[in-house]
Design a protein around this ligand. Sequence first.
Ligand SMILES: [Zn+2]
Length: 132
Amino acid sequence: MPLLSDPSPEPKGSSHDFWLVLLRGLIGRCPHCGKGRLLRNYLKPVDHCSVCAQAYGHIRADDGPAWLTIVLVGHILAPILLYVIPNSHWPDWVSMVVWPSFAFILALLILPRAKGLFIGLIWRTGSVGSEK
Ligand SMILES: [Zn+2]
């Protein structure tokens, strides 16, 4: 329980500003320099930043980005559906096409950002669950 007893533990990883690192990861930029790309091929982290050579290939975000994506898509979509479906007069087939498509597109947009966020968080805290 050391994390719960100390609200601001000294980071084992970087001394960069916590929120800046998360923001850089969120926009898909290198958490260290903010200039190089963090992801290639949609979700695959780069081995090294092309600008500052910081290594990211060993960082494993595992299921974190998928979990965050599901939580966000659900929390965005549920209120919309709860309001729109009772108040709309769309044919059922329209709803069966529109809402899953919207959820799919939303998930595709959120997932790489969630992955960058988690990689930035893992890099910043130094809690690399890596294969290194
Ligand atoms: Zn960099």
